[in-house]
Design a protein around this ligand. Structure first.
Ligand code: GUN
Length: 375
């Protein structure tokens, strides 16, 4: 195994060092043992990466002290000024939240219905708890009701299924989200299958993903992070039709649905992953790059076609002695170098992260409108 793996994925450049510092747990692995191989499949580029590189794909916003922190740096080599336009996900997400606030209030006034989101969290992962807290706060900020069930790490699959079933039957709940990853002993597939397709605001139900993949079929919901990426491209007026797009990473949560969405927008799409032989060469052909690989600073300036638009989904903690927390967040793309080549780029933080939660709120509102036939 590993003979044909791209070296660039294992070590993005000779001037970078990747080092995990051993505080806290991995973000992706439930304990990291072989028992959890299944867990590795749903995020990141799959089980083929070396263990030290499998632990960093983060598609959410804020960090937690339980994250592994990598020491990976990149810097601009040319003296020229940065020229890329900054795609401000934070500002766009705020605008979307304001729009949702208006719609929630209009619906409440007109038919007396308030959208509701149920979140199920199993276990004690600090990062997951932070994400759930942020989702609840965001619901509150736009007037959506939120319901949380927090279950202990050793909860049985049956018990989780029971809670899903209750939420499936509750008319005040319009969206159900089971925070991933789940503890190892719980089968993620059977949990995602159990969420009613009509309340699957994560868009992870196989029928929703299946419809996303099919021409002429419409999913009820689109996964939030890739939906946020496309929304940014739309709101900034970037053409997608006929463009060459490269998605880096093939996770179920981001890379795979992002590639499907770009294809639905009539882009010509390539997916670059850990087994791709010439990732740099393929990426350099792209007019649009969506990177969701969880490798700090992996995409260097030399990977980027002049004028490309870059959506960086990675949120990777890297060591930073100057920061009070001892780390800072960087994307998959070397920002400084990319700014000198690309025409536009999302920053990290403040790019895709805030859009993910905005899309979750949007999906929940859509669900409530759909069930009550409210236009
Ligand atoms: N874990 C990481 N990203 C996500 C997401 O978008 N939805 C859920 N439910 N869990 C996640």
């Amino acid at each position: 195994m590993g003979g044909s793996r791209s070296m660039i994925f294992a070590d993005c450049s000779s001037s970078t060092t990747a080092r995990l510092i051993p505080f806290g747990r991995s973000r992706l692995l439930c304990g990291g043992g072989a028992l959890c191989a299944r867990r590795r499949l749903h995020v990141g580029v799959g089980p083929s990466l070396p263990a030290s590189l499998r632990t960093t794909l983060t598609v959410h916003s804020s960090p937690s002290p339980s994250l592994p922190v990598m020491n990976v740096s990149c810097s601009a080599t040319m003296a020229s000024e940065a020229s890329a336009k900054v795609i401000d996900g934070k500002a766009v997400a705020k605008q979307i939240r304001d729009e949702i606030t208006g719609e929630v209030s209009r619906m409440k006034d007109a038919i007396g219905v308030v959208p509701g989101l149920a979140v199920i969290l199993v276990g004690d992962r600090k990062d997951s708890a932070t994400y759930v807290r942020n989702k609840k706060k965001a619901c509150q900020s736009v007037g959506i009701n939120s319901f949380e069930v927090h279950l202990p790490e050793d909860t049985s699959e049956q018990e989780v299924l029971k809670h899903i079933s209750v939420f499936n039957d509750d008319p005040s709940v319009h969206g159900i989200l089971v925070q991933l990853p789940l503890p190892c002993h719980i089968d993620e597939q059977s949990i995602l299958n159990a969420v009613s397709m009509e309340k699957d605001v994560d868009g992870f139900h196989p029928l929703n993903i299946g419809r996303l993949a099919m021409r002429g079929r419409e999913p009820l919901f689109i996964p939030c992070t890739p939906k946020g990426c496309i929304e940014l491209l739309h709101r900034y007026g970037f053409d997608i039709k006929g463009k060459r797009a490269v998605v880096i990473g093939r996770s179920n949560i981001v890379g795979m649905p992002a590639a499907l969405l770009l294809q639905r927008e009539d882009a010509t799409v390539s997916i670059v992953h850990s087994r791709t032989k010439n990732p740099e060469e393929i990426t350099r052909q792209a007019d649009i790059i969506i990177s969701a690989v969880g490798q700090p600073n992996m995409v260097r300036g030399s990977w980027i076609k002049p004028g490309a638009v870059i959506i960086d989904v990675g949120i990777n903690p890297v060591e930073d002695a100057k920061s009070p927390r001892g780390y800072r967040l960087v994307g998959d793309v070397c920002y400084k170098e990319a700014c000198e080549v690309a025409s536009a780029i999302t920053p990290v933080p403040g790019g895709v992260g805030p859009m993910t939660i905005a899309m979750l709120l949007s999906n929940t509102l859509t669900s409530a409108k759909r069930v009550h036939n409210f236009q």
